[in-house]
Design a binder for this molecule. Structure first.
Ligand SMILES: Nc1ncnc2c1ncn2[C@@H]1O[C@H](COP(=O)(O)OP(=O)(O)OP(=O)(O)O)[C@@H](O)[C@H]1O
Ligand SMILES: NC(=O)c1ccc[n+]([C@@H]2O[C@H](COP(=O)(O)O)[C@@H](O)[C@H]2O)c1
Length: 172
């Protein structure tokens, strides 16, 4: 039995992440999705709460055969103990998946195997691009799983990101 760990901010969970999960599913029996920067929300860079991101991921993967766990991981001021912090919050895992250079370095220094995934359609499948389109109210829905559109609608996410982006641009 192999269990993987895939960390990201998932602001929001988009089709690039979804493709990564589908390809990881061919390599592991179970997957933990670490919801990074879990304490951050209500900003243009991090609009969605950890709970909302759990909903996005859980509902997007409801029909998948893969056993998944979404676990919130708050940021720490000390990179040197971040891997221990992650391990204290997550079910045990055998391999970590990330393309983030700092995350790769920290896991490798801690002796955890890291695998990188190919980038899928990165010109549009990027959190920053999805958020920019949400703020402008233009054609973001096709970049995310249908379940994410439903969660954003249910939680008033579009109004929130548009409002916080107004505040950010007014220097508030
Ligand atoms: N289109 C994609 N294809 C494959 N991997 C991706 C894609 N987009 C993001 N990832 C990877 O998923 C992980 C989590 O990404 P993250 O949540 O930061 O999304 P992002 O799209 O890079 O967002 P942002 O623009 O908000 O930084 C990272 O390792 C990142 O490289
Ligand atoms: N010291 C820390 O708290 C620390 C270190 C490395 C990564 N992280 C987090 O891990 C996540 C990595 O995800 P991304 O690859 O999406 O950037 C982010 O939420 C990042 O803040 C935190």
């Amino acid at each position: 039995m192999t269990r993987g760990f895939y960390i990201g901010r998932f602001q929001p969970y988009h089709n690039g992440h979804h493709n990564v999960v589908q390809s990881i599913a061919e390599e592991v029996d179970e997957l933990v999705l670490g919801i990074g920067s879990a304490g951050d929300s209500h900003t243009q860079h991090d609009p969605f709460t950890a709970g909302e991101r759990i909903m996005m991921i859980t509902k997007s993967l409801v029909e998948s055969d893969l056993v998944t766990y979404a676990v919130p991981i708050e940021d720490l001021d000390r990179n040197s103990v971040w891997v221990s912090h992650v391990q204290s919050m997550s079910p045990d895992f055998d391999v970590a998946y990330s393309n983030n250079p700092l995350v790769i370095q920290l896991f490798e220094e801690a002796g955890v195997e890291v695998r990188q995934s190919p980038m899928y359609n990165r010109d549009v499948l990027e959190g920053t691009e999805v958020r920019d389109r949400m703020i402008e109210g233009k054609d973001w829905e096709r970049l995310v799983p249908d379940a994410v559109v439903e969660v954003v609608e249910e939680t008033g996410g579009l109004e929130r990101i548009q409002r916080v982006s107004d505040s950010d641009s007014n220097g508030e």
